[in-house]
Design a protein around this ligand. Structure first.
Ligand code: DI6
Ligand code: FE
Length: 387
C-alpha cells in the first residue's frame, strides 16, 4: 500500500523481512540485502500479503442489542413509537449503565474476535453510551482491557458528546458542564483517552457545543475527531478542521467548502457505509470532491448497536466500493494506510521498512479479490507486531 507507480504498491515475487516486531525490508526478492538472505524464512506459497487491517471508528463496547427495535421497524413501527417503547440510543445507554465491566467485556470480545479473524490488528473504540461520569469511565476501561485480552492495538476515543441523556433533555450545555467535560478530565487523568470525538448533529450537539469539547481536548493536549454531516450540513467538518482534527466521519452531507477545509487541515474523511446501508440513506459522501481536493479517505465498520451492527471490515470494503463507488485500491487504502492516519498512527498501514510488522496473509492472488467477494474470509495468517 505504499503509494507510487504500481497499483496497490503491489510487488510480485516479494520478500518481507521482520526484525524485533518491525519490517526490516519489503521489496522484490532480487533487492533483498545480502545480510538478510540467511535469515530463517518461510515461503508464503503464492499468498497475497498486505498490511493488516485497521478499523478506525467503532462503538464496539455497549450493553444489550437493538434487534427488537430492528424488528419493530420492519413491522411498521415509527421512530416515535420505538422511542416511547424505550428503544433507540436511550435503550443502549440504559443497558450500558446497567452492565458491569465484566459483562461489557464479555459481550464485546466476540465482536472483536470477528474483526481479528479478518486480519484487523488495530482497533479504535469509542465511549459514548454511558453518558454519566462512572459509565463513560467504565466503557473506556473495558476498551483498554480488550487491548490486554487480545493481540490487537486499541486506541480509545472519548465520546461523551454522543447524545444528551434523558436526565439532561433540553439542557445540552448543562450536560457538558456537569458530566461530559468533568468525565473527560478524569478519564484523561486515568490514561484512558487517546482522542476526543463528538457527534455534531441536530439530534445531538451544535458546533458551539462541540467547540467547547474541543477546547477542553486542546487544553489536555488530546487530538480530536468528529461525527459530522451525517444527516445534515451543520459545518461540523469545517469546525473540526479548525482544530486540526485527525478525521471527520460519515460526511454524507458535506459541501465543497467543507471538503476544502479538510484538505487544508490534512483531516482524513472516514466513510461509514454500514450506517448508510442500515439507515437506507440515499445521499452518498462527496467522494469525487475528496479525490479532487486530495482528502485521504478511510473506511470503517462504525460497529454500533443502532445504525451499524457490523463486525466485518471486509464487507465494509465491499460496501465502500458498491455503495460509494470507491475503487478497490481506495477501499483497501481506506482500511489500512488512511485508517492509520485517521488515528494519528504513523507507524502502520503500509508494508515499509521501519513500520510495525502488522501483516495480513490472504488466500488470494490479487488485492481486488478482498473487495469483490461478499461474506467470504480469505485470511490465512495474521501477524501483529511480528508475532
Ligand atoms: N452516529 C450514529 O449513527 C449513531 N451514533 C453516531 O454517532 C447512532 C448510535 C445509536 O443509535 O446507538
Ligand atoms: Fe459512529
Amino acid at each position: 500500500m505504499v503509494t507510487g507507480a504500481a497499483p496497490y504498491g503491489l510487488i510480485d515475487d516479494g520478500v518481507l523481512a521482520i526484525e524485533d516486531g518491525a519490517i526490516a525490508f519489503c521489496g522484490p526478492l532480487a533487492e533483498l540485502p545480502t545480510h538478510m538472505t540467511h535469515w530463517p524464512s518461510q515461503d508464503a506459497e503464492g499468498a497475497l500479503i498486505t498490511p493488516a487491517l485497521v478499523d478506525c471508528h467503532t462503538h464496539i463496547v455497549f450493553g444489550g442489542n437493538r434487534a427488537r427495535e430492528f424488528e419493530m421497524r420492519l413491522e411498521g413501527a415509527t421512530y416515535e413509537a420505538i422511542a416511547r417503547a424505550g428503544g433507540g440510543i436511550v435503550s443502549t445507554v440504559t443497558a450500558t449503565r446497567a452492565a458491569s465491566e465484566e459483562e461489557l467485556l464479555a459481550s464485546a470480545l466476540p465482536r472483536v474476535d470477528t474483526l481479528l479473524a479478518e486480519g484487523v490488528t488495530t482497533l479504535e473504540i469509542k465511549s459514548g453510551y454511558g453518558l454519566d461520569i462512572d459509565s463513560e469511565l467504565k466503557m473506556l476501561r473495558v476498551a483498554r482491557r480488550i487491548g490486554k485480552e487480545r493481540p490487537v492495538t486499541v486506541r480509545t476515543s472519548y465520546l461523551g458528546a454522543h447524545a444528551v441523556p434523558a436526565e439532561y433533555k433540553g439542557n445540552p450545555d448543562r450536560y457538558l458542564d456537569d458530566v461530559c467535560l468533568p468525565a473527560l478530565s478524569r478519564a484523561h487523568k486515568e490514561g484512558l483517552v487517546d482522542a476526543v470525538d463528538g457527534f455534531c448533529e441536530g439530534i445531538a450537539f451544535s458546533t458551539d457545543q462541540i467547540a467547547r469539547v474541543f477546547e477542553a481536548a486542546k487544553a489536555l493536549g488530546l487530538p480530536v475527531k468528529l461525527h459530522a454531516e451525517q444527516l445534515s450540513n451543520l459545518g461540523g467538518a469545517a469546525l473540526a478542521a479548525r482544530y486540526g482534527a485527525l478525521s471527520s466521519d460519515h460526511l454524507e452531507h458535506l459541501d465543497e467548502a467543507g471538503v476544502k477545509a479538510m484538505a487544508e487541515a490534512g483531516t482524513v474523511a472516514v466513510l461509514l457505509p454500514g450506517a448508510f446501508y442500515t439507515l437506507r440513506e440515499t445521499q452518498s459522501p462527496p467522494v469525487e470532491l475528496f479525490r479532487k481536493h486530495g482528502v485521504a479517505m478511510a473506511i470503517s465498520t462504525d460497529c454500533n448497536p443502532g445504525t451499524s451492527p457490523l463486525t466485518s471490515l471486509l464487507l465494509t470494503i465491499n460496501m465502500a466500493c458498491t455503495l460509494f463507488r470507491l475503487t478497490p485500491e481506495e477501499a483497501l487504502a481506506g482500511a489500512t494506510r488512511n485508517a492509520a492516519k485517521a488515528l494519528g498512527l504513523a507507524d502502520r498501514g503500509m508494508l515499509k521498512a521501519g513500520y510495525r510488522a502488522d501483516i495480513a496473509v490472504w488466500n488470494a492472488t490479487h488485492p481486488a479479490e478482498l473487495a469483490y467477494r461478499i461474506g467470504f474470509n480469505p485470511l490465512k495468517e495474521r501477524i501483529w507486531g511480528g508475532a
